[in-house]
Write a protein that binds this ligand. Structure first.
Ligand SMILES: C[S@@+](CC[C@H](N)C(=O)[O-])C[C@H]1O[C@@H](n2cnc3c(N)ncnc32)[C@H](O)[C@@H]1O
Length: 255
C-alpha cells in the first residue's frame, strides 16, 4: 500500500525545470504577495523557484518522508527556507485557504480526489495550475482560462523522450460564486469525522443536520455563513430539546 493509502494522489515524479519556469510565468505575474501551494510537492522545486525568482511564499504538502527531507534541503540550499514551508502530510486534508496559487501535478484520479476541495476552500480569484492532466472537465471545465503546450523538454536527437504531447499546463481561476458540486458529499465527509468523535448522540445530530441541509435549500457561500447557519441550527435543535423536556416535565404535574 503506498503512503496515504486511498488518498494516494500520484507517484513521485518531478516537473522538468523548464516547465516549472514556464508554469510560473503562465500563472503570473507572481509577486511577493502571492502564496503558492504545491499539493504533492516532491522535492519542492516549484516552490523553491517561485520563492527564488518571484519572492513568493510557498507551502508544500508531501506525504513521502524522503521527498520532504529533500525539499527542505533544496529550499535551504537555495537560501529560501524562510519563505518555503514543507509540511509532511496528506494533501487531501491540508488547509489551503490562504493560497493564491495552487500547483498540482498528480494522476487524473488524484486530481479528481482534490477537485472539490480546491473549489470549496480556495478564495475567488485564486489560480490553480495543473501539469499534464486537467482537473475533471465536468466540474472545472468552465473555469479553465488557458492551456499551453510547451515544446519538448528533451530532444529526440539527444536520445531523450519527446514528451511534448504531455507537456501541457492548464490554468484555472476560482469563480466568485462557487458551483454546488463542490459541496456535494461535504456534509457526510466532514460530519463523518465529527461523528466518530461524538458517538451515537453525535451520529443522530449529524443525521438531523444533513436532513435539514437537504430539506432547506440554503447554500452558504462563505465560512462565516456556514458557521452562522451551523450555530443557528444547533441552537434551534437544542432549544427544541429543552422545550420538549419542559413540556414533558410540566405535563404530569397538571394531572
Ligand atoms: C507527480 S509528483 C509531483 C511533484 C511536484 N509537484 C512537481 O511538480 O515536481 C506527485 C507527488 O505527490 C505525492 N503524493 C501522493 N499522494 C499524496 C498525498 N495524499 N498527500 C501529499 N502528497 C502526496 C507523491 O509522493 C509525489 O511526490
Amino acid at each position: 500500500m503506498p503512503p496515504g493509502g486511498a488518498d494516494y494522489l500520484g507517484p513521485i515524479s518531478a516537473t522538468p525545470m523548464k516547465m516549472v519556469t514556464e508554469m510560473l510565468a503562465f500563472a503570473g505575474p507572481l509577486s511577493s504577495s502571492d502564496v503558492v501551494y504545491d499539493l504533492g510537492c516532491n522535492d519542492g522545486r516549484v516552490l523553491v523557484e517561485a520563492a527564488r525568482a518571484h519572492g513568493c511564499a510557498g507551502v508544500g504538502v508531501e506525504i513521502d518522508a524522503r521527498a520532504v527531507a529533500k525539499a527542505r534541503q533544496m529550499a535551504k540550499d537555495a537560501g529560501v527556507d524562510a519563505l518555503v514551508k514543507i509540511v509532511r502530510g496528506n494533501a487531501v486534508k491540508a488547509a489551503i485557504r490562504d493560497a493564491t496559487v495552487v500547483f498540482v501535478y498528480l494522476l487524473p484520479a488524484g486530481n479528481r480526489k482534490i477537485a472539490r476541495k480546491l473549489m470549496r476552500e480556495l478564495a475567488p480569484g485564486a489560480i490553480v495550475m495543473t501539469y499534464v492532466f486537467k482537473l475533471p472537465e465536468a466540474w472545472w471545465g468552465p473555469w479553465l482560462v488557458a492551456s499551453e503546450a510547451a515544446a519538448s523538454t528533451r530532444a529526440r536527437a539527444a536520445g531523450g523522450v519527446d514528451a511534448s504531447a504531455y507537456n501541457k499546463l492548464f490554468k484555472y481561476v476560482v469563480p466568485e460564486t462557487k458551483p454546488a458540486w463542490c459541496r456535494e458529499g461535504e456534509e457526510e465527509g466532514e460530519e463523518g469525522e465529527e461523528e466518530a468523535r461524538r458517538g451515537w448522540a453525535g451520529r443522530i445530530r449529524t443525521r438531523i443536520k444533513i436532513l435539514v441541509a437537504r430539506l432547506v435549500p440554503i447554500r452558504p457561500r462563505s465560512r462565516g455563513e456556514r458557521r452562522f447557519l451551523r450555530t443557528f441550527f444547533s441552537r434551534a435543535a437544542a432549544a427544541g430539546v429543552v422545550a420538549a423536556a419542559a413540556v414533558a416535565a410540566i405535563r404530569p404535574a397538571r394531572r
